[in-house]
Design a protein around this ligand. Sequence first.
Ligand code: MN
Length: 227
Amino acid sequence: MTDFVIETPPTPTIPVVGGGAFPVRRVYCIGRNYAAHAVEMGHDPDREPPFFFQKNPNNLDASGTFPYPPHSEDVHHEVELLVALKSGGTNIKIEDALDHVWGYAASLDMTRRDLQGQAKKMGRPWEIGKAFELSGPVGPLQSVANVGHPDAGLIELKVNGEVKQTGDMNQMIWKVPEMISYLSDYFELAAGDVIMSGTPSGVGPVQRGDEMVVTIQGLDELTVKVI
Ligand code: MN
């Protein structure tokens, strides 16, 4: 057994409906994967090659609270379907991709939009806007055995009871099997990797005290309080 020279950090996990926990290895996030959101961010909605960024595994948090982060005056919600992998590999074929999925969860890609905007303008990486503490509120994982592979149906975010983001999962520009296949051409995917599959239009700011409610057809509702 390895003799660790410091106390081993805890393994980041996502709770599973019915018990147990899913250990997280990596977090990939796709950018601009719904046409209407690409347009609202000032981009062409045509099917250009997908692009990805990463959050840190321990940015995911299932506590139901989101602490407003420092150094931002413009923190945005992005509601997303999270895909959790039970296996991986390289050069995975699109038709085989769903065999690697363990389950799905509702999630939020919380974003310091002002800092992300500055980074974009200066050609700098996005981590300061995307990969901060607790920036990935997540609901409990549902297994494929329970819910199959949700590829259509409502994806919605309400803030304080008002619908802010709404779309249909069938509007994803790059579908879940295509994202898995594409990522596996550039990275070695493995059990424990998760993919946040992009957000529909309607992103906008939250304030302390707001209550965000995520509805994704087939999954449990996720409620997150901004504190
Ligand atoms: Mn996003």
